[in-house]
Unconditional design. Sequence first.
Length: 304
Amino acid sequence: MSKLEVDKIDPQSGTNLELGTSGDTITIPTGVTLDASNATTTLPSNIVTTDGTQTLTNKSIAATQLSGTITPSDGTVTNAKVNASAAIDYSKLNLTGNIALADLSATGTKDATTFLRGDNTFAEAGGGAFKLLNTQSVTSSVGTVDFVNGTSGVVLDSTYKRYRFIASNMRASTASNFGIRFRQGGSFISSTVYRMRARCFDDNNANHDASNSTGMDYMRLFARAFSNDAVETCMIDFTLNDLSNTSSYTSVFGTGGGNKGNGRAEVEIFSGMITNTTTVDGVQFVLSSGTFESGDFSLYGIEA
């Protein structure tokens, strides 16, 4: 192999200079520096690199010039490097695992009962929805069915503006009037503060009317007495308003019905109030006599 030693090579004519012939390999030995920092370098369309890791320092590459897979080290992509103002093309992401809920910046409770809203907040589904707070089932004789705030998951406070009770499959041991008491100051009150009006219609075109009489120590919700027939049961659905509002009375409105004697189907409509403005934190289902022999009682908070 011959050796040519010169300090500079210029083209014989014009401005083009060619090294080698097609198919030749031009080798730059190890340790030699090829300095083109002051020149304009045109790269070929395909660049063949050696195996291993190459480092590109202080250079910017347009995203349109990148292809293939780019794999940053774990934990190296920061929030500032994500262009949140543009839509993410998920087809460009090679996601092989799951993003943990704890890694999301969204506020609110992250659990199986919530979803992620468009405002980056976890919330329960729907507005004005009914949230089941507590259920109780009567399978043997009991004198009352009590719902007290803070007991067994019961919520009866300012968390909800309105509360809803639904009770079904109710049957008494004796023919008995039915109603509720409110808990104030740590106990269920038995006094003349209850006022109500109820009307009942049956399938024989008969109607019955009832209201709280002086001295009645509960709010009566049915115009007619319960039946104690083993195959006749009743249900009721009513809403309580503003239990914690000390500027107005707590009011009740609802409907009910079922079989309450002589095999007659009946429908009830009623309304009532407690005539003081003390905070209420409990509701008690009561009978004028006898016991509850069956019944399924549910309490809901109305999210609105």
